[in-house]
Design a protein around this ligand. Structure first.
Ligand SMILES: [Zn+2]
Length: 238
């Protein structure tokens, strides 16, 4: 009761920014207790045990072995099996329920994957961006949040290289032959200092891949950069 009274009546004059944050978080916990999406234990949306128990797909997993030669990127690394209920729960809650707090465990999954695939150190990170309209509606760009957070965690530069110039329809709602047309010229390269990416491996981040078309169209826009290689990295493949 005492804490609630403080929150309503205002904080003491000496209180700093972190006190405000604590009060806000306490209030959120009070009105919206968090339960682990894996085991339903109260405390957080993904407890440490469930995070530790998440199995990565093997490093040599081939996302689309049959049309490997059709792609501009050289490989797509996939972190998780989308058919696992927890994987879908995490991604859908992050993306569609706006639970931004899930960026932490999802970034940890990317960190684990980067360690597993053992990339050379000359890499930079970028992401598949949302169209501005979608970004405004959602309040954040989910892949940008993950890519930036990953960059901080593993100390690899992040650059925003692409703009989504076409507000495309969700690929999942389209027939196979409409998908390519929907995405053609959907991405444009931003004006950047090309030396930043020269001879580097570009890690292109997305949340869920389906046919690889989105990744490929983005990679086509990146191709004119004198990078060494473009590698896609996604949380899961639907
Ligand atoms: Zn759990």
């Amino acid at each position: 009761m005492k804490e609630e009274a403080t929150a309503v009546g205002g904080v003491p004059p000496q209180a700093g920014k972190s006190d405000f944050k604590k009060l806000w978080n306490n209030l959120l916990d009070y009105i919206w207790p968090q339960f682990c999406l894996g085991c339903e234990q109260e405390g957080s949306l993904l407890c440490q045990t469930c995070l530790d128990n998440i199995q990565l797909l093997p490093a040599d997993y081939q996302a689309w072995p049959e049309n490997k030669n059709d792609f501009v990127f050289s490989h797509c690394h996939v972190c998780l099996d989308y058919h696992q209920a927890l994987t879908q729960n995490l991604i859908k809650n992050f993306k569609y329920q706006y639970l931004k707090v899930l960026q932490e465990p999802l970034t940890q999954i990317f960190v684990k994957k980067i360690k597993q695939i053992n990339l050379n150190p000359d890499i930079i990170i970028t992401n598949i961006p949302l169209h501005n309209k979608k970004r405004k509606k959602r309040g954040f760009d989910q892949t940008e949040v993950l890519a930036k957070n990953l960059s901080l965690k593993i100390n690899i530069p992040y650059y925003s290289l692409l703009t989504r110039s076409k507000n495309t329809k969700p690929q999942a709602q389209l027939e196979r032959n409409e998908r390519l047309q929907n995405l053609q010229n959907a991405f444009t390269l931003k004006q950047i200092d090309q030396n930043l990416v020269k001879n580097k491996t570009i890690i292109l981040i997305d949340d869920v891949a389906t046919t690889g078309t989105t990744l490929n169209e983005a990679a086509k826009a990146l191709r004119i950069l004198a990078s060494k290689e473009i590698i896609a990295l996604v949380l899961a493949k639907n």
